[in-house]
Write a protein that binds this ligand. Structure first.
Ligand code: SF4
Ligand code: SF4
Ligand code: FES
Length: 258
């Protein structure tokens, strides 16, 4: 009987990778190619692990292992997001057998590159802080069960709660770039989630204020690229349409209250 932990044997084929590399945030990008043993069911991250185990280029030149981020290995944390054959997606769920070779790996282009395929996505996390993407509770003591949600509201909230802050939607959004202050679709989705939560809704007006500011919802060009690339199929366009109307009503109300 085979050992349970035995490594999956190679199929005898190889996988050809072409990786855009960069030594540090200020370094010049360059390309390196690798050929690693093919295993059944392998994904892009397992191919990169093979490079890690034997960091030698296709031409036989010793090199450094390719740096990449990963944590959950099951498309939940979003950290392994990169451009694979020109499409932004997660390395852990990109099966090698479904990809054309050479498999071209590049870091996301909308965030600063730290090293190789690792980027700094902190701008997105800062934005979540700015829009107060949380349910405000006071203290750490047991507050008991939260308010009950109807099944319809719960289902809707679940769709938006699946956001893993991967950044795919920002990578695809033409309005999210160096020349604009646009916050991008992911934080807008989270505003929708928390504004519709019975307790999270306490900060509704503060979030709408941020949406009305420069960099807010008015800068969405409605190209809808975001919804096409979201790996969690989050209905971002519904959130943008809904919050666009709410932000307008909020601005009118604020004007009349002056
Ligand atoms: S609809 Fe277009 S412009 Fe608006 S957030 Fe999505 S991709 Fe960006
Ligand atoms: S909305 Fe989708 S694409 Fe955007 S960060 Fe969340 S999970 Fe990723
Ligand atoms: S490692 Fe977490 S999404 Fe890929």
């Amino acid at each position: 009987m085979a050992e349970k932990n035995q490594q999956t044997p190679s199929t005898g084929r190889t996988v050809h990778l072409k990786v855009r590399r960069q030594a540090d945030p200020k370094g010049e990008p360059y390309w390196e190619e690798f050929e690693v043993p093919h295993q059944p069911g392998m994904n892009v991250l397992s191919a990169l692990m093979e490079v890690e185990a034997r960091p030698v280029t296709r031409e036989g030149k010793p090199t450094t292992p390719v740096a990449y981020d990963a944590a959950c290995l099951e498309e939940v944390c979003g950290s392994c997001t990169m451009r694979i054959n020109g499409h932004v997606r997660q390395g852990c769920s990109a099966l090698v057998d479904d990809l054309e070779q050479p498999i071209v790996l590049e870091p996301m282009s909308k965030f600063p590159t730290l090293r190789d395929l690792v980027v700094d996505r902190s701008e997105m996390f800062q934005m979540l802080k700015r829009v107060k993407a949380w349910v405000p509770i006071d203290g750490t003591y047991d507050l008991g069960a939260g308010p009950k949600l109807s099944e319809r509201v719960r289902e809707r909230a679940y769709e938006f709660s699946r956001c893993m802050t991967c950044g795919c939607c920002l990578e695809a959004c033409p309005q999210f770039n160096d020349r604009s202050a646009f916050m991008g679709p992911a934080p807008i989705g989270q505003i929708f989630l928390f504004n519709n939560h019975p307790t999270g809704g306490q900060l509704r007006d503060e979030r709408l204020e941020v949406l009305a500011e420069p960099g807010g919802i008015a800068e969405c060009g409605n190209a809808q690229n975001c919804v096409k690339v979201c790996p969690k199929e989050i209905p971002l366009i519904d959130a943008i349409a809904h919050l666009g109307r709410q932000t307008t009503f909020h601005a009118i109300r604020r004007f009349l209250e002056r």
